[in-house]
Design a protein around this ligand. Sequence first.
Ligand code: FAD
Length: 549
Amino acid sequence: MNDLNTTYDIVIIGGGATGCGAAVDAASRGYKTLLVEQYDFGKGTSSRSTKLVHGGVRYLAQGNIKLVREALAERGRLLKNAPHVTGTQPFVVPVFSLWEKFYYSVGLKVYDILSGKLSLGKTQLLSRKKTIELLPALNPAKLVGGILYYDGQFNDAELCIDLVHTAERYGATVMNYTKAVGLIKEKGIIVGVELADTLQAGARDQATSGSEHRTSVPAPQKVSCKTVINATGVFTDAVLQMDDPNADTLVYPSQGIHLVIDAKHFKGTNALMIPKTDDGRVLFAVPWQGKVVVGTTDTHVDHIEAEPLPLAEEIIFLLDHFNRYCNAQLTKADVLSVFVGLRPLVKAAGTNVSSMLSRDHTLVVSPSKMVTITGGKWTTYRKMAEDAVNNAVFIGRLEGGKSAAKLNKKSKSSDKSVERKCITKDLPIGDLGDSQKLAEQLLKEAPSLGAHLFQEVKKISSSDGADHSVGAYAIRAVDVVVAARCKYVKTVEDFLARRNRLLFLDARAAIEIAPAVAAILQKELHWSNEQREEQVQSFIQLAQQYIIQ
Ligand SMILES: Cc1cc2nc3c(=O)[nH]c(=O)nc-3n(C[C@H](O)[C@H](O)[C@H](O)COP(=O)(O)OP(=O)(O)OC[C@H]3O[C@@H](n4cnc5c(N)ncnc54)[C@H](O)[C@@H]3O)c2cc1C
């Protein structure tokens, strides 16, 4: 570990959507940037979303046109800049009265108009017959018709890793399993950050020694910096209080769960959207990666956990609503995986109902020169990152920043020649084919790496009798090797939860396949047999939480 031997312009704490986005923004403007994440990149809320790149139809009903317009613009940019992890998803809203048909069709037409040139497809009114044709699982009782509209969909964890790659491409230093544990100050101003390695003792050194990747550089204990961005999601208050033990708390965490079910229970390619459930929430059933994601809930929680658990009533709520709207009688046994995320909602005066809290983001600048950014949603991560970096550049008096008067104004700056503007609106996201090239090269050298881990697939199919689709489990040995060498994988969980999404898609299948993945990672990351076994056991323990007992 080093001792204050490098000075970063910006240290970003938190490797979720917001922090990774900020790292891309800062590095691509030419700032010396360090991104630290206490676990794996995306391990927090950013791998646990409903996977929608959306403007937020329901915020329209709340009259928040500005938020929706901004999110729709970001939706368009994200689909353009990261086409390999995003796509267009058709949604059908079933309606059960003529009034509903009128109300939702007007709303969804406005939604489409607000997206302007970035529209993903025209909103259409549907007859009863067409609605049933597009949503064959729908319960037709009392159905009047429907509305078809389009939104975006993505692989959240994959996008997170792609953002890390992009930041690195522009020179950022990125460190997973590195926790910010203290802020170093001089005269009340932050001048550095204390960092701790969070991988189990010994595992990290061995894990990284065989990798050519940048993360093989050991984490410095202390790094100096000119400014800090706190992008720690639901952990925001802990970092705020690291800065000032008397700081007011900002975050009102709200839990949302998703149930993943087999596609045989919800056939077709269209998603179901119920705009108003019993508790005023939106309910989705969305085809994703060969399965169907049903969500979500909105439950305030007092405790913040890295692995939040679903509440029994949340599971019942989703099953009941799915069964009510669809021709299925699902039980807990039909759930392949349940995953839970915590929304970093920002507290507001006058309400403690989390579904009423704003999904807009909040930015706080501390006197110590720390920028805290929280709230918002995945879809708007780029704009959040831009705002955070603009403010960090200003308070850190970094070269190329705008003057105070111009920070939040659109007027032209007189020092334009030196201003380092945000370039992320049109910046392609990803590793630009590096991992693909590595896979091709490895397969040339050792074609056997192309073999799918099919043994496990057959075992899974026969042991639980479920109708699994092979595609979801088509993990090749080469995918695991590439993930270890250039996708920052340090554990079995990193691979099975966030590089391949098997833990989220079918937790039992992930348990079955874990030993095969661990055996490949053992070679790549130079684990001992004990470490390999430890990895498998700790993954199994975690995966049990994704299975409804
Ligand atoms: C149920 C649910 C569904 C959602 N669905 C959607 C959707 O469909 N579309 C959409 O656009 N948005 C959606 N969202 C919102 C979106 O997922 C979040 O707004 C976004 O992921 C938040 O990203 P973040 O980077 O702020 O937080 P996080 O992803 O939680 O990242 C913060 C990171 O900081 C790390 N960290 C904390 N403390 C430290 C420390 N001291 N040192 C180092 N690292 C630290 C954490 O480990 C964590 O990884 C959903 C949210 C939920 C909960």
